[in-house]
Design a protein around this ligand. Structure first.
Ligand code: SF4
Ligand code: SF4
Length: 323
Protein backbone atom coordinates (compact mmCIF):
# COMPACT_ATOMS: atom_id res chain seq x y z
CA UNK A 1 0.00 0.00 0.00
CA UNK A 2 1.34 3.42 -0.93
CA UNK A 3 1.76 5.79 1.99
CA UNK A 4 2.30 9.54 2.17
CA UNK A 5 4.01 10.34 5.43
CA UNK A 6 6.39 13.27 5.63
CA UNK A 7 9.99 12.84 6.72
CA UNK A 8 9.18 14.76 9.89
CA UNK A 9 6.41 12.28 10.70
CA UNK A 10 8.68 9.34 10.02
CA UNK A 11 11.19 10.67 12.51
CA UNK A 12 8.80 9.36 15.18
CA UNK A 13 9.71 5.66 15.58
CA UNK A 14 6.09 4.71 16.29
CA UNK A 15 4.90 6.35 13.08
CA UNK A 16 7.81 4.77 11.22
CA UNK A 17 6.75 1.34 12.46
CA UNK A 18 3.10 2.03 11.54
CA UNK A 19 4.17 3.12 8.07
CA UNK A 20 6.17 -0.07 7.57
CA UNK A 21 3.13 -2.13 8.55
CA UNK A 22 0.82 -0.13 6.28
CA UNK A 23 3.15 -0.57 3.31
CA UNK A 24 3.04 -4.35 3.74
CA UNK A 25 -0.73 -4.45 3.14
CA UNK A 26 -1.66 -5.21 -0.47
CA UNK A 27 -5.41 -4.77 0.19
CA UNK A 28 -6.17 -8.28 -1.00
CA UNK A 29 -8.92 -8.74 1.59
CA UNK A 30 -8.03 -12.32 2.57
CA UNK A 31 -8.18 -11.18 6.20
CA UNK A 32 -11.87 -10.28 5.97
CA UNK A 33 -12.86 -13.95 5.86
CA UNK A 34 -11.49 -14.59 9.35
CA UNK A 35 -12.50 -11.32 11.01
CA UNK A 36 -15.44 -11.98 13.35
CA UNK A 37 -16.69 -8.40 13.31
CA UNK A 38 -16.78 -8.30 9.51
CA UNK A 39 -18.39 -11.73 9.32
CA UNK A 40 -21.02 -10.47 11.77
CA UNK A 41 -22.02 -7.17 10.19
CA UNK A 42 -20.51 -7.21 6.69
CA UNK A 43 -19.29 -3.62 7.05
CA UNK A 44 -15.92 -3.08 5.34
CA UNK A 45 -15.00 -0.57 8.06
CA UNK A 46 -15.38 -3.38 10.59
CA UNK A 47 -12.88 -5.52 8.70
CA UNK A 48 -9.09 -5.46 9.16
CA UNK A 49 -8.63 -3.92 5.72
CA UNK A 50 -11.19 -1.20 6.44
CA UNK A 51 -9.60 -0.42 9.78
CA UNK A 52 -6.18 -0.28 8.16
CA UNK A 53 -7.49 2.39 5.76
CA UNK A 54 -9.03 4.37 8.63
CA UNK A 55 -5.79 4.20 10.62
CA UNK A 56 -3.71 5.17 7.58
CA UNK A 57 -5.89 8.20 6.92
CA UNK A 58 -5.82 9.27 10.57
CA UNK A 59 -2.05 8.91 10.97
CA UNK A 60 -1.03 10.32 7.59
CA UNK A 61 -2.99 13.50 8.19
CA UNK A 62 -1.97 13.56 11.83
CA UNK A 63 -5.56 14.33 12.68
CA UNK A 64 -7.52 13.62 15.86
CA UNK A 65 -9.59 10.44 15.69
CA UNK A 66 -13.15 11.03 14.54
CA UNK A 67 -16.13 9.40 16.23
CA UNK A 68 -16.41 7.04 13.25
CA UNK A 69 -12.77 5.98 13.39
CA UNK A 70 -12.96 5.48 17.16
CA UNK A 71 -16.11 3.38 16.75
CA UNK A 72 -14.61 0.97 14.22
CA UNK A 73 -11.31 0.66 16.08
CA UNK A 74 -13.19 0.09 19.34
CA UNK A 75 -15.14 -2.70 17.68
CA UNK A 76 -11.92 -4.58 16.85
CA UNK A 77 -11.59 -7.46 19.30
CA UNK A 78 -7.79 -7.64 18.95
CA UNK A 79 -8.35 -11.37 18.44
CA UNK A 80 -5.64 -11.28 15.73
CA UNK A 81 -7.46 -13.87 13.60
CA UNK A 82 -6.72 -11.60 10.64
CA UNK A 83 -2.99 -12.07 11.13
CA UNK A 84 -3.36 -15.81 10.62
CA UNK A 85 -4.69 -15.36 7.08
CA UNK A 86 -2.69 -12.40 5.85
CA UNK A 87 -0.31 -13.53 3.07
CA UNK A 88 1.75 -10.35 3.40
CA UNK A 89 2.53 -10.71 7.08
CA UNK A 90 0.91 -7.41 8.03
CA UNK A 91 1.53 -6.90 11.76
CA UNK A 92 -2.00 -5.74 12.45
CA UNK A 93 -1.55 -6.11 16.21
CA UNK A 94 1.08 -3.39 16.49
CA UNK A 95 -0.83 -1.17 14.09
CA UNK A 96 -4.13 -1.31 15.95
CA UNK A 97 -2.32 -0.93 19.30
CA UNK A 98 -0.74 2.26 18.02
CA UNK A 99 -4.11 3.44 16.69
CA UNK A 100 -5.80 2.83 20.03
CA UNK A 101 -3.21 5.01 21.73
CA UNK A 102 -3.80 7.74 19.16
CA UNK A 103 -7.57 7.52 19.66
CA UNK A 104 -7.17 7.71 23.42
CA UNK A 105 -4.99 10.82 23.14
CA UNK A 106 -6.99 12.69 20.52
CA UNK A 107 -10.65 11.70 20.76
CA UNK A 108 -12.93 13.05 23.49
CA UNK A 109 -15.50 10.39 24.20
CA UNK A 110 -19.04 11.06 25.45
CA UNK A 111 -19.22 11.33 29.27
CA UNK A 112 -20.93 7.97 29.82
CA UNK A 113 -18.28 6.22 27.73
CA UNK A 114 -15.48 7.99 29.57
CA UNK A 115 -17.02 6.95 32.88
CA UNK A 116 -17.37 3.31 31.81
CA UNK A 117 -13.83 3.08 30.50
CA UNK A 118 -12.40 4.73 33.61
CA UNK A 119 -14.43 2.38 35.78
CA UNK A 120 -13.30 -0.71 33.88
CA UNK A 121 -9.65 0.28 33.90
CA UNK A 122 -9.86 0.95 37.65
CA UNK A 123 -11.68 -2.31 38.42
CA UNK A 124 -10.67 -5.14 36.13
CA UNK A 125 -6.88 -5.19 36.49
CA UNK A 126 -7.19 -5.35 40.29
CA UNK A 127 -8.52 -8.71 41.52
CA UNK A 128 -9.61 -7.47 44.95
CA UNK A 129 -11.55 -4.53 43.51
CA UNK A 130 -13.06 -6.74 40.82
CA UNK A 131 -14.06 -9.40 43.36
CA UNK A 132 -15.74 -6.73 45.51
CA UNK A 133 -17.50 -5.37 42.44
CA UNK A 134 -18.85 -8.83 41.63
CA UNK A 135 -20.12 -9.15 45.20
CA UNK A 136 -21.77 -5.74 44.92
CA UNK A 137 -23.30 -6.74 41.60
CA UNK A 138 -25.30 -9.57 43.18
CA UNK A 139 -27.91 -7.31 44.88
CA UNK A 140 -27.71 -4.88 41.93
CA UNK A 141 -28.47 -7.57 39.32
CA UNK A 142 -32.28 -7.17 39.51
CA UNK A 143 -31.82 -3.49 38.57
CA UNK A 144 -30.33 -4.31 35.16
CA UNK A 145 -33.57 -3.36 33.34
CA UNK A 146 -33.60 -0.01 35.18
CA UNK A 147 -30.00 0.70 34.11
CA UNK A 148 -31.04 -0.12 30.54
CA UNK A 149 -34.03 2.22 30.76
CA UNK A 150 -31.71 5.01 31.94
CA UNK A 151 -29.56 4.58 28.86
CA UNK A 152 -26.73 2.81 30.71
CA UNK A 153 -26.84 -0.10 28.29
CA UNK A 154 -23.33 -1.35 28.98
CA UNK A 155 -23.84 -1.25 32.73
CA UNK A 156 -27.12 -3.11 32.23
CA UNK A 157 -25.34 -5.74 30.12
CA UNK A 158 -22.66 -6.19 32.78
CA UNK A 159 -25.27 -6.58 35.50
CA UNK A 160 -27.11 -9.17 33.43
CA UNK A 161 -23.86 -11.11 32.96
CA UNK A 162 -22.72 -10.85 36.59
CA UNK A 163 -22.78 -14.21 38.40
CA UNK A 164 -25.31 -14.85 41.16
CA UNK A 165 -22.56 -16.20 43.43
CA UNK A 166 -19.56 -14.31 44.77
CA UNK A 167 -16.04 -15.16 43.56
CA UNK A 168 -14.16 -17.89 45.38
CA UNK A 169 -10.41 -17.47 45.09
CA UNK A 170 -8.40 -20.59 45.80
CA UNK A 171 -4.79 -19.42 45.76
CA UNK A 172 -2.94 -19.45 49.06
CA UNK A 173 0.86 -19.53 49.43
CA UNK A 174 3.35 -17.96 47.06
CA UNK A 175 5.28 -21.19 46.47
CA UNK A 176 3.78 -24.55 45.51
CA UNK A 177 6.44 -27.27 45.86
CA UNK A 178 6.92 -29.95 43.23
CA UNK A 179 5.49 -33.36 43.94
CA UNK A 180 8.52 -35.68 44.03
CA UNK A 181 11.95 -34.67 42.73
CA UNK A 182 11.98 -31.09 41.48
CA UNK A 183 12.58 -30.86 37.72
CA UNK A 184 12.05 -27.17 37.31
CA UNK A 185 10.80 -23.93 38.82
CA UNK A 186 8.39 -21.60 37.09
CA UNK A 187 6.59 -18.37 37.83
CA UNK A 188 2.86 -18.47 37.15
CA UNK A 189 1.11 -15.31 36.02
CA UNK A 190 -2.19 -15.59 37.88
CA UNK A 191 -3.51 -12.56 36.04
CA UNK A 192 -6.40 -10.39 37.13
CA UNK A 193 -9.96 -11.02 35.92
CA UNK A 194 -9.14 -14.63 35.08
CA UNK A 195 -8.32 -15.43 38.68
CA UNK A 196 -11.55 -13.87 39.93
CA UNK A 197 -13.93 -15.25 37.33
CA UNK A 198 -12.44 -18.74 37.01
CA UNK A 199 -9.93 -19.40 39.81
CA UNK A 200 -10.08 -23.11 39.08
CA UNK A 201 -7.93 -22.52 35.98
CA UNK A 202 -4.96 -21.34 38.04
CA UNK A 203 -5.59 -24.03 40.66
CA UNK A 204 -5.61 -26.72 37.94
CA UNK A 205 -2.48 -25.29 36.33
CA UNK A 206 -0.66 -25.46 39.65
CA UNK A 207 -1.90 -29.02 40.24
CA UNK A 208 -0.74 -30.20 36.81
CA UNK A 209 2.65 -28.51 37.03
CA UNK A 210 3.47 -29.65 40.56
CA UNK A 211 2.49 -33.22 39.71
CA UNK A 212 4.97 -33.07 36.85
CA UNK A 213 7.71 -32.10 39.26
CA UNK A 214 7.60 -28.35 38.66
CA UNK A 215 7.70 -25.93 41.54
CA UNK A 216 5.31 -23.05 40.98
CA UNK A 217 6.01 -19.57 42.30
CA UNK A 218 3.50 -16.73 42.41
CA UNK A 219 5.79 -13.73 42.37
CA UNK A 220 4.61 -11.04 44.81
CA UNK A 221 3.89 -7.89 42.83
CA UNK A 222 3.07 -9.67 39.56
CA UNK A 223 -0.50 -9.24 38.38
CA UNK A 224 -2.40 -8.06 35.37
CA UNK A 225 -0.29 -8.33 32.20
CA UNK A 226 -1.48 -4.87 31.18
CA UNK A 227 -3.50 -5.82 28.12
CA UNK A 228 -6.82 -4.64 29.58
CA UNK A 229 -5.63 -1.06 29.80
CA UNK A 230 -3.37 -1.39 26.77
CA UNK A 231 -6.38 -2.25 24.62
CA UNK A 232 -8.05 0.90 25.89
CA UNK A 233 -5.08 2.91 24.60
CA UNK A 234 -3.85 3.68 28.12
CA UNK A 235 -0.20 3.12 27.34
CA UNK A 236 1.28 4.58 30.51
CA UNK A 237 -0.79 2.31 32.73
CA UNK A 238 0.04 -0.68 30.53
CA UNK A 239 3.73 0.13 30.72
CA UNK A 240 3.50 0.33 34.51
CA UNK A 241 1.97 -3.15 34.58
CA UNK A 242 4.71 -4.53 32.34
CA UNK A 243 7.40 -2.99 34.50
CA UNK A 244 5.82 -4.34 37.70
CA UNK A 245 5.62 -7.88 36.29
CA UNK A 246 9.17 -7.92 34.97
CA UNK A 247 10.54 -6.63 38.24
CA UNK A 248 8.47 -9.11 40.25
CA UNK A 249 9.70 -12.07 38.18
CA UNK A 250 13.26 -10.82 38.22
CA UNK A 251 13.22 -10.76 42.01
CA UNK A 252 12.65 -14.54 42.08
CA UNK A 253 15.76 -16.68 41.77
CA UNK A 254 16.07 -19.61 39.41
CA UNK A 255 12.91 -19.36 37.33
CA UNK A 256 13.05 -21.57 34.24
CA UNK A 257 9.96 -20.07 32.63
CA UNK A 258 7.00 -17.81 33.13
CA UNK A 259 3.82 -19.83 32.65
CA UNK A 260 0.71 -18.08 31.41
CA UNK A 261 -2.56 -19.93 30.95
CA UNK A 262 -4.61 -17.15 29.34
CA UNK A 263 -3.74 -16.70 25.68
CA UNK A 264 -4.31 -12.94 25.63
CA UNK A 265 -1.95 -12.43 28.57
CA UNK A 266 0.63 -14.64 26.87
CA UNK A 267 0.42 -12.60 23.69
CA UNK A 268 0.86 -9.38 25.63
CA UNK A 269 3.74 -10.54 27.80
CA UNK A 270 5.65 -12.03 24.88
CA UNK A 271 5.34 -8.64 23.20
CA UNK A 272 6.70 -6.60 26.13
CA UNK A 273 10.12 -6.19 24.55
CA UNK A 274 8.86 -5.33 21.07
CA UNK A 275 6.12 -3.03 22.21
CA UNK A 276 8.24 -0.55 24.07
CA UNK A 277 11.71 -0.80 22.52
CA UNK A 278 12.49 2.82 23.32
CA UNK A 279 11.25 2.75 26.88
CA UNK A 280 13.02 1.53 29.96
CA UNK A 281 11.16 -1.46 31.35
CA UNK A 282 13.22 -1.67 34.52
CA UNK A 283 16.34 -3.48 35.59
CA UNK A 284 14.53 -6.79 35.57
CA UNK A 285 14.09 -6.73 31.84
CA UNK A 286 17.81 -6.70 31.34
CA UNK A 287 18.50 -9.31 33.95
CA UNK A 288 16.04 -11.81 32.48
CA UNK A 289 16.94 -11.27 28.86
CA UNK A 290 20.64 -11.62 29.59
CA UNK A 291 20.21 -14.85 31.49
CA UNK A 292 21.25 -17.21 28.71
CA UNK A 293 21.73 -20.13 31.09
CA UNK A 294 18.13 -19.86 32.30
CA UNK A 295 16.88 -19.63 28.72
CA UNK A 296 18.85 -22.73 27.79
CA UNK A 297 17.40 -24.56 30.78
CA UNK A 298 13.87 -23.54 29.78
CA UNK A 299 14.47 -24.96 26.30
CA UNK A 300 15.88 -28.18 27.73
CA UNK A 301 12.90 -28.90 30.04
CA UNK A 302 10.68 -30.45 27.40
CA UNK A 303 7.61 -31.72 29.30
CA UNK A 304 6.90 -28.66 31.37
CA UNK A 305 7.87 -26.33 28.57
CA UNK A 306 5.00 -27.71 26.54
CA UNK A 307 2.71 -26.66 29.35
CA UNK A 308 3.86 -23.09 29.20
CA UNK A 309 2.15 -20.67 26.88
CA UNK A 310 4.19 -17.68 27.84
CA UNK A 311 7.86 -18.39 28.27
CA UNK A 312 10.82 -16.79 29.85
CA UNK A 313 11.27 -15.39 26.38
CA UNK A 314 8.55 -12.95 27.29
CA UNK A 315 11.18 -10.44 28.17
CA UNK A 316 13.73 -11.35 25.55
CA UNK A 317 15.05 -8.61 23.30
CA UNK A 318 13.09 -8.12 20.08
CA UNK A 319 14.50 -10.22 17.27
CA UNK A 320 16.15 -12.82 19.53
CA UNK A 321 15.38 -16.06 17.67
CA UNK A 322 16.70 -18.27 20.45
CA UNK A 323 13.32 -19.00 21.93
S1 SF4 B 1 -4.90 -10.01 4.17
FE1 SF4 B 1 -3.14 -8.72 4.79
S2 SF4 B 1 -2.46 -7.75 2.86
FE2 SF4 B 1 -4.54 -8.53 2.48
S3 SF4 B 1 -5.91 -6.78 2.98
FE3 SF4 B 1 -5.74 -8.01 4.85
S4 SF4 B 1 -4.05 -7.06 5.99
FE4 SF4 B 1 -3.89 -6.31 3.87
S1 SF4 C 1 -8.05 -8.41 15.40
FE1 SF4 C 1 -9.90 -9.71 15.14
S2 SF4 C 1 -11.63 -8.26 15.20
FE2 SF4 C 1 -9.77 -7.02 14.89
S3 SF4 C 1 -9.60 -6.77 12.66
FE3 SF4 C 1 -8.36 -8.59 13.18
S4 SF4 C 1 -9.77 -10.36 12.98
FE4 SF4 C 1 -11.04 -8.47 13.03
Amino acid sequence: MQTNFTLAQLADPHIAEAEKILRACVHCGFCTATCPTYVLDGNELDSPRGRIYLIKDMLEHDRPASAETALHIDRCLSCLACMTTCPSGVHYMHLVDHARGHVERTYRRPPVERFMRALLSWLLPHPRRFALALLAAIPAKPFAPLAGALGLERLAAMLRLAPWRGPHRTLGPNVYPAVGPRKGRVGLLVGCANDVLAPQINASTIAVLTRHGIEVVLAPGAGCCGSLVHHMGRETEALDRARANIEAWSAIDGLDAIVINASGCGTTVKDYGARWPDRKLGQGHQRISDDAAARAEARRCGPHRRLSLGLLAAARPAGDPAT
